[in-house]
Each structure stands twice: as C-alpha cells, then as structure tokens.
Design a protein. Structure first.
Length: 194
C-alpha cells in the first residue's frame, strides 16, 4: 500500500484490530473507493495543512482526523454525490481548528492570515491553484465544485487583490506565495491553467 494512504488512515486497508485477550481478531476492510479517494487527495490535503498550520506535528494529525471523519460518513457522502465537497469541508474544519492548537504558540502562517483578509472560498481556491499548483480542473475536483466556479473565484480574488485599498491583502498574498512550508510533499497535479 502506498505510504500516503498508510499515513492518511494510520493503518493498512485490511489491518487486524487487536482485541482484548481471549477475543478473536477483527479485520477491518476499508472501502476500495475510499482508498482510491485517499490516494488521489492525500498529498494535496497534506500540502494545504502545511501551508496553514505552522507546526508539522499538528498538521499531519489534522489531515488524518479529517480522513477518519470522512470515512465515518463515506456512504452518506457518496449517496449525496457531493463526496469531494463534504470531504473538503471536513478537511478545512480540522485544519483551521489545528491552527489554534497550543503547539502552534499563537504563530500564524502567511496562508492562515490570508483567511482573515479574503473570503474563505476565494482563499482556498487561490491557495490550491496558485500556491499548491493545481490546474483549474483538479482544483475544482478537490473542492467538489465546477471548473467555472473555480475560474470565477480566481477572478474575484484577483479583483480584490488589485483593489487600491487592499494593501494588507497584497502583502499577505506575496508572503503566502513565497512561503515554502517545511516537509511539504511534492504535489501530484503540478500543471497550471492560464
């Protein structure tokens, strides 16, 4: 199994669970579509967390806990045909909560500060596309939205960024774009759309 999946869920897809002495071993089988989902999105999720959470030992568990929550509601998420959007909401909830962890010592990354200056949807979209380097289609897939919505959000973000009074936003954005978080794995989808 790829190490990304093992890191994502903390176990093998068919790992035995060690019960109390005298009980039989239980084998937990993860759904194949969930394993594929983790293989597809784990690296991007981890990069997103590393850009927002200053402490890597806090960022990694945030993604693991998010994937655990996604797994717990996987069947319901698939039934609603919004699995990626639900997964993104779950991830961002865990990652933004992790930014307030005591290990972060009230330190903010430039990307985390961006969320105080721009709407969340625009900040997420700009971070995935411009900083992590996902193309329009992959950004849309990650967020669980249409590519046209990604394009619209990016244009709106650019208008806000270029507004004469947006000095703080421009300063924060420049720091976000130039910031390279430690221990960030290489992105899977590096192509950019122009």
């Amino acid at each position: 199994m790829p190490s990304a999946l093992r890191a994502a869920v903390g176990t093998e897809p068919h790992a035995p669970v060690r019960p109390k002495t005298g009980e039989t071993t239980i084998t937990v089988a993860l759904p194949a579509d969930f394993i594929a989902f983790c293989q597809l999105h784990h690296d991007v999720y981890q990069q997103y967390a590393h850009h927002l959470v200053p402490d890597p030992t806090t960022a990694i568990p945030a993604v693991q806990h998010a994937l655990g929550d996604i797994l717990a509601s996987w069947t319901e998420a698939l039934a609603g045909h919004h699995a990626r959007a639900i997964a993104w909401q779950t991830l961002t909830r865990h990652v933004h909560r992790a930014t307030h962890h005591p290990r972060c010592n009230n330190i903010s990354t430039p990307a985390a500060a961006l969320f105080h200056l721009a709407p969340t949807e625009q900040a997420d979209t700009a971070l995935l596309h411009h900083v992590i380097g996902l193309d329009i289609t992959t950004t849309a897939d990650t967020l669980g939205i249409e590519p046209t919505t990604v394009t619209s959000r990016l244009h709106t973000f650019a208008r806000h960024l270029n507004h004469p009074t947006a000095t703080a936003l421009r300063t924060c954005w420049a720091a976000t774009v130039s910031d390279t978080p430690p221990h960030t794995p290489a992105p899977r989808h590096r192509t950019r759309s122009r």
